[in-house]
Write a new protein. Sequence first.
Length: 402
Amino acid sequence: MKIGVVTGSFPEVSETFVVNQINSLKTFGHDVSVFCFKMDVANSCFDAFDLIEEAIVLNWKSFMPATIFKKFFLIKLILIKALLRGVFIDLFFSLFFKKGKIVNTHNFFKQYFKYYFKIQNYSILHIHFGTNAVNMIEQIKAFNKKTIVTFHGYDAHNYSEHFYKTLFNQPNVFFTVNTNYVKKRIVALGASNSKISILPMGLDTDYFKPKVKKNSKVFNLLFVGRLIPLKAPLMSIKIVHRLKLELQRQVCFHIVGDGSEMEVCKAYVSDHNLESNVVFHGSKPQDYIKQLMEQSDVFLFPGIIDQNGRCEAQGLVIQEAQSMKLPVVISDVGGMKEGVVDGESGFVVTEKNLEEFVKKIVFLIEHEEVRKKMGEIGREFVKQHYDSTFLHKKWLEIYSEL
Protein backbone atom coordinates (compact mmCIF):
# COMPACT_ATOMS: atom_id res chain seq x y z
CA MET A 1 0.00 0.00 0.00
CA LYS A 2 1.37 3.41 -0.98
CA ILE A 3 0.75 5.83 1.89
CA GLY A 4 1.53 9.53 2.16
CA VAL A 5 1.92 10.68 5.77
CA VAL A 6 1.74 14.43 6.39
CA THR A 7 2.67 16.35 9.53
CA GLY A 8 3.66 19.91 10.46
CA SER A 9 7.21 20.31 11.70
CA PHE A 10 9.30 17.16 11.27
CA PRO A 11 10.72 15.58 13.26
CA GLU A 12 9.17 16.99 16.43
CA VAL A 13 10.48 15.79 19.81
CA SER A 14 7.04 16.11 21.39
CA GLU A 15 5.35 14.19 18.56
CA THR A 16 7.06 10.81 18.66
CA PHE A 17 3.73 9.16 17.84
CA VAL A 18 4.08 10.28 14.20
CA VAL A 19 7.51 8.66 13.88
CA ASN A 20 6.26 5.52 15.65
CA GLN A 21 3.42 5.14 13.15
CA ILE A 22 5.64 5.70 10.11
CA ASN A 23 8.23 3.21 11.34
CA SER A 24 5.55 0.63 12.05
CA LEU A 25 4.07 0.96 8.55
CA LYS A 26 7.53 0.66 6.99
CA THR A 27 8.38 -2.38 9.11
CA PHE A 28 5.36 -4.18 7.69
CA GLY A 29 6.43 -3.47 4.13
CA HIS A 30 4.30 -0.52 3.12
CA ASP A 31 5.56 2.18 0.77
CA VAL A 32 5.45 5.24 3.03
CA SER A 33 6.41 8.79 2.08
CA VAL A 34 6.82 11.50 4.71
CA PHE A 35 5.68 15.08 4.03
CA CYS A 36 5.94 18.10 6.30
CA PHE A 37 5.43 21.85 6.22
CA LYS A 38 8.70 22.53 8.00
CA MET A 39 11.89 20.51 8.31
CA ASP A 40 13.50 20.66 11.75
CA VAL A 41 16.87 18.97 11.30
CA ALA A 42 17.90 20.02 14.81
CA ASN A 43 15.68 17.23 16.15
CA SER A 44 17.96 14.54 14.75
CA CYS A 45 17.15 12.08 17.53
CA PHE A 46 14.87 10.28 15.09
CA ASP A 47 17.14 8.39 12.72
CA ALA A 48 15.21 5.16 12.14
CA PHE A 49 14.64 4.41 8.47
CA ASP A 50 16.42 7.64 7.54
CA LEU A 51 13.14 9.50 7.86
CA ILE A 52 14.75 12.91 8.03
CA GLU A 53 16.57 12.41 4.73
CA GLU A 54 13.42 11.06 3.06
CA ALA A 55 10.98 13.75 4.23
CA ILE A 56 9.66 16.19 1.62
CA VAL A 57 8.70 19.76 2.48
CA LEU A 58 5.17 20.57 1.27
CA ASN A 59 5.83 23.54 -0.95
CA TRP A 60 5.51 23.67 -4.73
CA LYS A 61 9.14 24.81 -4.99
CA SER A 62 10.25 21.54 -3.35
CA PHE A 63 9.01 19.68 -6.44
CA MET A 64 10.76 21.92 -8.98
CA PRO A 65 14.36 21.12 -10.07
CA ALA A 66 16.93 23.91 -10.11
CA THR A 67 18.11 23.65 -13.74
CA ILE A 68 16.14 24.23 -16.94
CA PHE A 69 17.14 20.85 -18.39
CA LYS A 70 15.98 18.96 -15.30
CA LYS A 71 12.75 20.99 -15.19
CA PHE A 72 11.72 20.06 -18.72
CA PHE A 73 12.80 16.46 -18.32
CA LEU A 74 10.65 16.15 -15.19
CA ILE A 75 7.75 18.01 -16.82
CA LYS A 76 7.73 15.40 -19.59
CA LEU A 77 7.58 12.54 -17.08
CA ILE A 78 4.87 14.29 -15.05
CA LEU A 79 2.70 14.86 -18.12
CA ILE A 80 2.90 11.18 -19.03
CA LYS A 81 1.71 10.22 -15.54
CA ALA A 82 -0.92 12.97 -15.63
CA LEU A 83 -2.33 11.48 -18.82
CA LEU A 84 -2.87 8.20 -16.97
CA ARG A 85 -4.51 9.96 -14.00
CA GLY A 86 -6.89 12.13 -15.99
CA VAL A 87 -5.38 15.54 -15.16
CA PHE A 88 -3.25 16.05 -18.28
CA ILE A 89 -5.22 19.01 -19.65
CA ASP A 90 -5.00 21.09 -16.45
CA LEU A 91 -1.27 20.54 -16.20
CA PHE A 92 -0.52 20.98 -19.90
CA PHE A 93 -2.29 24.33 -20.25
CA SER A 94 -0.76 25.61 -17.01
CA LEU A 95 2.53 25.79 -18.93
CA PHE A 96 1.45 28.48 -21.36
CA PHE A 97 0.60 32.16 -21.63
CA LYS A 98 0.97 33.36 -18.07
CA LYS A 99 2.17 36.90 -17.34
CA GLY A 100 3.66 37.31 -20.78
CA LYS A 101 5.68 34.09 -20.65
CA ILE A 102 5.40 31.56 -23.46
CA VAL A 103 6.30 28.76 -21.04
CA ASN A 104 5.62 29.21 -17.34
CA THR A 105 7.31 26.42 -15.38
CA HIS A 106 6.48 28.01 -12.04
CA ASN A 107 2.77 27.84 -12.75
CA PHE A 108 3.17 24.26 -13.95
CA PHE A 109 4.79 23.12 -10.72
CA LYS A 110 2.16 24.91 -8.67
CA GLN A 111 -0.45 22.85 -10.48
CA TYR A 112 1.67 19.73 -10.08
CA PHE A 113 1.80 20.38 -6.34
CA LYS A 114 -1.99 20.54 -6.27
CA TYR A 115 -2.35 17.20 -8.08
CA TYR A 116 0.80 15.55 -6.71
CA PHE A 117 -0.82 12.81 -4.63
CA LYS A 118 -3.21 11.90 -7.46
CA ILE A 119 -0.49 11.85 -10.12
CA GLN A 120 1.85 9.76 -7.97
CA ASN A 121 -1.01 7.30 -7.38
CA TYR A 122 -1.03 7.17 -3.58
CA SER A 123 -3.51 4.74 -2.05
CA ILE A 124 -4.06 6.69 1.15
CA LEU A 125 -3.26 10.20 2.30
CA HIS A 126 -2.92 10.37 6.09
CA ILE A 127 -2.66 13.87 7.55
CA HIS A 128 -1.75 14.42 11.19
CA PHE A 129 -3.50 17.41 12.83
CA GLY A 130 -6.68 18.97 11.51
CA THR A 131 -4.99 22.34 10.99
CA ASN A 132 -2.56 20.78 8.50
CA ALA A 133 -5.48 19.27 6.61
CA VAL A 134 -7.14 22.69 6.31
CA ASN A 135 -3.90 24.02 4.82
CA MET A 136 -4.01 21.17 2.27
CA ILE A 137 -7.66 21.42 1.32
CA GLU A 138 -6.89 21.96 -2.40
CA GLN A 139 -4.64 18.88 -2.48
CA ILE A 140 -7.31 16.85 -0.67
CA LYS A 141 -9.97 17.87 -3.19
CA ALA A 142 -7.69 17.08 -6.13
CA PHE A 143 -6.63 13.74 -4.64
CA ASN A 144 -10.27 12.61 -4.48
CA LYS A 145 -9.35 9.30 -2.80
CA LYS A 146 -9.22 8.03 0.77
CA THR A 147 -7.85 10.69 3.08
CA ILE A 148 -7.53 10.24 6.82
CA VAL A 149 -7.11 13.21 9.13
CA THR A 150 -5.98 12.47 12.68
CA PHE A 151 -6.87 14.99 15.37
CA HIS A 152 -4.50 14.92 18.34
CA GLY A 153 -5.97 17.45 20.75
CA TYR A 154 -4.82 21.03 20.37
CA ASP A 155 -6.31 21.10 16.86
CA ALA A 156 -9.74 20.44 18.38
CA HIS A 157 -9.49 23.59 20.53
CA ASN A 158 -9.63 27.28 19.72
CA TYR A 159 -10.97 26.74 16.21
CA SER A 160 -14.48 27.53 15.02
CA GLU A 161 -16.96 25.37 13.12
CA HIS A 162 -16.36 27.66 10.14
CA PHE A 163 -12.61 26.91 10.18
CA TYR A 164 -13.20 23.18 9.64
CA LYS A 165 -16.46 23.33 7.65
CA THR A 166 -14.95 22.67 4.20
CA LEU A 167 -12.77 19.86 5.55
CA PHE A 168 -15.64 18.14 7.36
CA ASN A 169 -17.79 18.34 4.21
CA GLN A 170 -15.33 16.45 1.98
CA PRO A 171 -16.93 13.08 1.08
CA ASN A 172 -13.66 11.11 0.92
CA VAL A 173 -12.17 12.44 4.15
CA PHE A 174 -12.43 10.38 7.35
CA PHE A 175 -11.17 11.12 10.82
CA THR A 176 -9.38 9.37 13.64
CA VAL A 177 -8.89 10.59 17.19
CA ASN A 178 -6.82 9.27 20.06
CA THR A 179 -9.55 9.36 22.73
CA ASN A 180 -13.30 9.64 23.14
CA TYR A 181 -12.64 13.07 24.64
CA VAL A 182 -11.24 14.37 21.32
CA LYS A 183 -14.06 12.68 19.41
CA LYS A 184 -16.61 14.71 21.34
CA ARG A 185 -14.63 17.86 20.65
CA ILE A 186 -14.61 17.48 16.85
CA VAL A 187 -18.24 16.33 16.72
CA ALA A 188 -19.08 19.60 18.47
CA LEU A 189 -17.15 21.39 15.69
CA GLY A 190 -19.25 19.73 13.00
CA ALA A 191 -17.61 16.41 12.15
CA SER A 192 -19.94 13.51 11.39
CA ASN A 193 -19.94 10.93 14.17
CA SER A 194 -20.11 8.12 11.60
CA LYS A 195 -16.83 9.22 9.96
CA ILE A 196 -14.76 9.13 13.17
CA SER A 197 -12.74 6.19 14.50
CA ILE A 198 -11.06 6.13 17.91
CA LEU A 199 -7.51 4.85 17.68
CA PRO A 200 -4.91 5.96 20.23
CA MET A 201 -1.31 6.70 19.43
CA GLY A 202 0.85 3.69 20.19
CA LEU A 203 4.37 2.75 21.18
CA ASP A 204 6.89 -0.05 20.81
CA THR A 205 6.47 -2.03 24.03
CA ASP A 206 9.60 -4.04 23.22
CA TYR A 207 11.55 -0.79 23.29
CA PHE A 208 9.77 0.54 26.38
CA LYS A 209 10.61 -2.55 28.39
CA PRO A 210 12.22 -2.13 31.82
CA LYS A 211 15.35 -3.76 33.06
CA VAL A 212 15.61 -5.01 36.63
CA LYS A 213 15.30 -1.91 38.79
CA LYS A 214 17.90 -1.33 41.49
CA ASN A 215 16.73 -0.43 44.98
CA SER A 216 17.51 3.12 46.03
CA LYS A 217 17.21 5.05 49.26
CA VAL A 218 15.92 7.95 47.18
CA PHE A 219 12.34 7.85 45.90
CA ASN A 220 12.39 9.09 42.31
CA LEU A 221 9.38 10.81 40.75
CA LEU A 222 9.30 11.64 37.04
CA PHE A 223 7.50 14.23 34.89
CA VAL A 224 7.90 14.32 31.10
CA GLY A 225 6.25 16.94 28.91
CA ARG A 226 6.39 20.48 27.63
CA LEU A 227 6.49 22.98 30.47
CA ILE A 228 3.23 24.73 29.63
CA PRO A 229 0.23 25.51 31.88
CA LEU A 230 -2.04 22.64 30.79
CA LYS A 231 0.58 20.06 31.79
CA ALA A 232 0.87 21.67 35.25
CA PRO A 233 4.64 21.40 35.86
CA LEU A 234 4.47 24.01 38.64
CA MET A 235 1.78 22.06 40.47
CA SER A 236 4.00 18.98 40.18
CA ILE A 237 6.76 20.84 42.01
CA LYS A 238 4.31 22.00 44.68
CA ILE A 239 3.33 18.36 45.23
CA VAL A 240 6.99 17.45 45.69
CA HIS A 241 7.40 20.38 48.07
CA ARG A 242 4.63 18.95 50.24
CA LEU A 243 6.18 15.49 50.10
CA LYS A 244 9.47 16.92 51.33
CA LEU A 245 7.73 18.53 54.31
CA GLU A 246 5.76 15.41 55.24
CA LEU A 247 8.22 12.56 54.64
CA GLN A 248 11.44 11.40 56.18
CA ARG A 249 12.51 9.67 52.98
CA GLN A 250 14.48 11.61 50.38
CA VAL A 251 12.39 12.41 47.29
CA CYS A 252 13.91 13.48 43.99
CA PHE A 253 11.72 14.86 41.22
CA HIS A 254 13.03 14.67 37.65
CA ILE A 255 11.50 17.07 35.12
CA VAL A 256 12.10 16.42 31.42
CA GLY A 257 10.93 19.10 29.03
CA ASP A 258 11.12 22.78 28.23
CA GLY A 259 8.63 25.57 27.69
CA SER A 260 7.10 28.81 28.87
CA GLU A 261 6.77 27.66 32.49
CA MET A 262 10.47 26.87 32.92
CA GLU A 263 11.44 30.13 34.62
CA VAL A 264 8.50 30.19 37.04
CA CYS A 265 9.24 26.57 37.95
CA LYS A 266 12.91 27.30 38.59
CA ALA A 267 11.98 30.36 40.64
CA TYR A 268 9.68 28.28 42.86
CA VAL A 269 12.42 25.69 43.38
CA SER A 270 14.90 28.40 44.35
CA ASP A 271 12.47 30.27 46.61
CA HIS A 272 11.60 27.10 48.56
CA ASN A 273 15.09 25.56 48.74
CA LEU A 274 14.18 22.54 46.62
CA GLU A 275 17.40 22.38 44.62
CA SER A 276 18.29 19.01 46.16
CA ASN A 277 14.83 17.65 45.37
CA VAL A 278 14.12 18.86 41.83
CA VAL A 279 16.27 18.25 38.74
CA PHE A 280 15.57 20.02 35.44
CA HIS A 281 16.81 17.92 32.53
CA GLY A 282 15.49 20.05 29.66
CA SER A 283 14.17 18.57 26.42
CA LYS A 284 15.63 15.09 25.84
CA PRO A 285 15.33 12.25 23.27
CA GLN A 286 13.56 8.96 23.91
CA ASP A 287 16.66 7.00 24.91
CA TYR A 288 17.39 9.48 27.68
CA ILE A 289 13.77 9.46 28.87
CA LYS A 290 13.70 5.68 28.88
CA GLN A 291 16.78 5.57 31.12
CA LEU A 292 15.14 7.98 33.55
CA MET A 293 12.02 5.81 33.60
CA GLU A 294 14.17 2.81 34.52
CA GLN A 295 15.51 4.76 37.51
CA SER A 296 12.13 6.14 38.61
CA ASP A 297 9.48 4.81 40.99
CA VAL A 298 6.34 6.77 40.02
CA PHE A 299 5.29 8.88 37.03
CA LEU A 300 3.47 12.11 37.91
CA PHE A 301 1.31 14.11 35.49
CA PRO A 302 -1.26 16.43 37.16
CA GLY A 303 -2.48 18.15 33.97
CA ILE A 304 -5.16 20.84 34.13
CA ILE A 305 -7.61 22.65 31.87
CA ASP A 306 -5.81 25.88 30.96
CA GLN A 307 -7.31 29.36 30.57
CA ASN A 308 -8.08 28.65 26.90
CA GLY A 309 -9.99 25.47 27.73
CA ARG A 310 -7.21 23.19 26.49
CA CYS A 311 -6.07 20.04 28.27
CA GLU A 312 -4.22 16.82 27.55
CA ALA A 313 -5.93 14.72 24.87
CA GLN A 314 -4.12 11.39 25.43
CA GLY A 315 -0.64 11.87 26.83
CA LEU A 316 1.28 9.03 25.14
CA VAL A 317 4.05 9.41 27.70
CA ILE A 318 1.59 8.05 30.29
CA GLN A 319 1.44 4.80 28.32
CA GLU A 320 5.22 4.80 27.88
CA ALA A 321 5.62 5.06 31.65
CA GLN A 322 3.19 2.19 32.25
CA SER A 323 4.99 0.08 29.66
CA MET A 324 8.12 0.65 31.78
CA LYS A 325 6.17 -0.70 34.80
CA LEU A 326 5.84 2.69 36.45
CA PRO A 327 2.67 3.39 38.45
CA VAL A 328 1.18 6.65 37.17
CA VAL A 329 -0.58 9.37 39.14
CA ILE A 330 -2.52 11.66 36.83
CA SER A 331 -5.45 14.08 36.85
CA ASP A 332 -8.93 13.40 35.51
CA VAL A 333 -9.00 16.03 32.74
CA GLY A 334 -9.20 15.46 29.00
CA GLY A 335 -8.50 12.00 27.66
CA MET A 336 -5.70 10.99 30.04
CA LYS A 337 -7.91 8.87 32.28
CA GLU A 338 -8.90 6.73 29.27
CA GLY A 339 -5.32 5.43 29.16
CA VAL A 340 -5.03 4.28 32.79
CA VAL A 341 -6.70 1.56 34.84
CA ASP A 342 -7.62 3.65 37.87
CA GLY A 343 -6.67 1.94 41.12
CA GLU A 344 -4.84 -0.85 39.28
CA SER A 345 -2.12 0.64 37.06
CA GLY A 346 -2.13 3.99 38.83
CA PHE A 347 -4.39 6.63 40.29
CA VAL A 348 -6.64 9.21 38.65
CA VAL A 349 -6.99 12.28 40.86
CA THR A 350 -9.40 15.21 40.63
CA GLU A 351 -7.90 18.19 38.82
CA LYS A 352 -5.89 20.58 41.04
CA ASN A 353 -6.51 18.48 44.17
CA LEU A 354 -3.02 18.83 45.61
CA GLU A 355 -3.92 17.08 48.86
CA GLU A 356 -5.14 13.99 47.03
CA PHE A 357 -2.07 13.86 44.80
CA VAL A 358 0.16 13.96 47.87
CA LYS A 359 -1.93 11.29 49.58
CA LYS A 360 -1.71 8.89 46.62
CA ILE A 361 2.03 9.31 46.23
CA VAL A 362 2.65 8.84 49.95
CA PHE A 363 0.63 5.63 49.74
CA LEU A 364 2.80 4.38 46.88
CA ILE A 365 5.99 5.35 48.70
CA GLU A 366 4.90 3.35 51.73
CA HIS A 367 3.65 0.29 49.80
CA GLU A 368 6.38 -1.09 47.57
CA GLU A 369 4.45 -4.28 46.75
CA VAL A 370 1.51 -2.23 45.50
CA ARG A 371 3.88 -0.29 43.23
CA LYS A 372 5.24 -3.51 41.79
CA LYS A 373 1.77 -4.95 41.20
CA MET A 374 0.59 -1.72 39.57
CA GLY A 375 3.66 -1.76 37.35
CA GLU A 376 2.89 -5.28 36.14
CA ILE A 377 -0.78 -4.47 35.48
CA GLY A 378 0.14 -1.25 33.69
CA ARG A 379 2.55 -2.96 31.31
CA GLU A 380 0.01 -5.65 30.39
CA PHE A 381 -2.66 -3.00 29.86
CA VAL A 382 -0.43 -1.05 27.48
CA LYS A 383 0.67 -4.18 25.60
CA GLN A 384 -2.97 -5.11 24.99
CA HIS A 385 -4.24 -1.69 23.94
CA TYR A 386 -1.34 0.56 22.86
CA ASP A 387 1.34 -1.65 21.32
CA SER A 388 2.35 -0.42 17.86
CA THR A 389 2.00 -3.86 16.28
CA PHE A 390 -1.56 -4.23 17.59
CA LEU A 391 -2.47 -0.70 16.50
CA HIS A 392 -0.85 -1.21 13.09
CA LYS A 393 -3.42 -3.91 12.38
CA LYS A 394 -6.16 -1.53 13.49
CA TRP A 395 -4.81 1.15 11.13
CA LEU A 396 -4.89 -1.29 8.23
CA GLU A 397 -8.47 -2.19 9.08
CA ILE A 398 -9.39 1.49 8.97
CA TYR A 399 -7.50 2.01 5.71
CA SER A 400 -9.27 -0.93 4.05
CA GLU A 401 -12.74 -0.20 5.42
CA LEU A 402 -12.96 3.38 4.20
